[in-house]
Design a binder for this molecule. Structure first.
Ligand code: AMP
Ligand code: ZN
Length: 467
């Protein structure tokens, strides 16, 4: 399997430390607001990678964290606490807010048929692991303390910036415009490992003991502490959105490698943004839609997943309702086709020619996956296979096999049962039509439409479909 590695800037062969196991850490959500379609694009891409690796024979050990301790509104150390801000807005406690949005997040993943991670650790359940790691960094001389916080001293980590390729001087340049609240911070890019509940944080609700003082962790330390705890000191693949490259992941590398002296990650897998009108869909910009918003407009979670499948994970994707509508039609066509195949259960003996064709489609599908997870290409192979002349039952079987990666739930497709009431209305309409009572027939058709079904006439009967 070849994957683009943000770190090497190359498409490279995955070579796990203990094959067939692949250790896979994904940065999870900060649960202070709704899960939106942007997050879900990244989590769907992670799911596709995981499913593809599984099809290729690997055993994935997947950990995803829940950031339920509110990191500050920017990626840097400034701003307000996101969870406290969210709690204030909702009139709830920080714990209630985190719990509510965690549940909503998990529900959204299920709706999209995203396979659960093996562990879903919460930051608040791992404060002691973070403290232990911070103490280790203190002992090794990578930190300094101010009244407000314990900082990681980036000048002590010579490789700082190696993931994004930023030079420290550029970081200084970029940060000059920022307001520095802690005047005792030595370098603008130094980042907090731990904040003390003093000064601007004196009323902070979430707080834990650290020695004789109280405080709360900085954001980045949780991912290092939890990934090491569950997956060991070096991880095969670490995933997240591209927004995490310059700060969060850079900081994760610095603190992890400083603590262990070992490489933190072999392959960095980053998903490009889901944009809307040219801007990143985000909580802070308030330009986001949720799964529920789409459902109200007739776009199902499966159709959304289909929409995601159409763009390669490294390409930015622009969200429009028009595109979501087109994905819905394509998904419905696929569903009809698969259901028609499911009905045709007559197994025929395959000629060597057709067997060869089956193998060819399988090979094309796998090589699309192996080539940096080319899911749009894999989806195209699925369509060519479905339109080919191989026997229906074999097409059906192969479609289900491909769907182990695509995750559209093809095996669960069922013929819609039409309610008796609608069938009765349709029968009455047919009678009216046969009696040439066209006004009555039109009224009945209207009633059927209003109840959410469409009716098509055939020469002597009708076909009812759910709209
Ligand atoms: P957050 O809760 O902001 O930390 O985001 C959780 C995950 O979703 C991270 O991996 C982000 O990079 C990713 N993410 C957030 N917004 C978008 C977006 N518009 N498009 C793609 N991924 C996103
Ligand atoms: Zn992280």
């Amino acid at each position: 399997m070849k994957i683009f590695n943000t770190f090497s800037r190359n498409i490279q062969e995955l070579s796990p430390q203990n094959p067939p196991v692949v250790t896979f850490y994904a940065c999870g959500p900060t649960v202070y607001d709704h899960t939106h379609l942007g997050h879900l694009r990244t989590f769907t891409n992670n799911d596709l990678l995981k499913r593809a690796l599984t099809m290729l024979g690997y055993k994935i050990h997947h950990v995803m964290n829940i950031t339920d301790v509110g990191h500050l509104t920017g990626d840097t150390d400034e701003g307000e606490d996101k969870l406290e801000k969210g709690a204030l807005k909702a009139g709830k406690t920080v714990w209630e807010v985190a719990d509510y949005y965690t549940k909503q997040f998990i529900f959204s993943l299920k709706e999209l048929n995203i396979i659960e991670s093996d562990e879903l650790p919460k930051a608040t359940d791992h404060i002691q692991d973070m403290i232990t790691l911070i103490k280790k960094l203190e002992e090794k001389g990578f930190t300094y303390k101010t009244e407000e916080a314990i900082y990681f001293d980036i000048s002590k980590f010579t490789d700082y910036g190696k993931l994004s390729g930023q030079k420290i001087e550029d970081k200084i340049q970029k940060s000059r415009d920022e307001v520095h609240i802690d005047s005792n911070k030595k370098h603008p890019a130094d980042f907090a490992l731990w904040f003390f509940t003093v000064g601007r944080f004196k009323d902070h609700v979430m707080r834990w003991d650290f020695g004789s003082a109280q405080g709360f962790p900085g954001w980045h330390i949780e991912c290092s502490a939890m990934s090491m705890k569950y997956l060991g000191e070096t991880i095969d693949i670490h995933a997240g959105g591209i927004d995490h490259i310059p700060v969060h992941h850079e900081n994760e590398i610095a603190q992890s490698e400083a603590a262990t002296g070992k490489p933190f990650v072999s392959i960095w897998f980053h998903s490009a943004f889901l944009n809307i009108e040219g801007q990143k869909m985000s909580k802070s910009l308030g330009n986001f839609y949720r799964i529920e918003d789409l459902q109200e407009k007739g776009v199902s979670p499966q159709a959304l997943r289909y929409l995601y499948l159409q763009t390669h994970y490294r390409q930015p994707m622009n969200f429009t309702f028009e595109a979501a509508g087109a994905a819905t039609s394509a998904f419905n066509n696929l569903k009809e086709m698969v259901l028609a195949l499911k009905k045709q259960t007559q197994r025929t003996v395959l000629s060597t020619d057709k067997l060869g064709q089956l193998d060819e489609y399988r090979t094309q599908f796998l090589s699309a996956l192996q080539n940096d997870l080319q899911i749009p290409q894999a989806l195209a192979v699925m369509w060519s296979m479905l339109k080919s002349n191989i026997p229906s039952e074999d097409k059906y079987d192969l479609a289900l096999e491909f769907d182990q990666v695509l995750g559209l739930g093809l095996a669960t497709f069922e013929e819609e049962t039409i309610p008796e009431e609608i069938v009765e209305l349709a029968k009455k309409r047919l009678e009216a039509r046969n009696e040439k009572e066209f006004e009555k027939s039109d009224e009945l058709k209207k009633e059927i439409l209003e109840k959410g079904y469409s009716i098509e006439d055939t020469s002597d009967s009708f076909i009812i479909k759910k709209k």
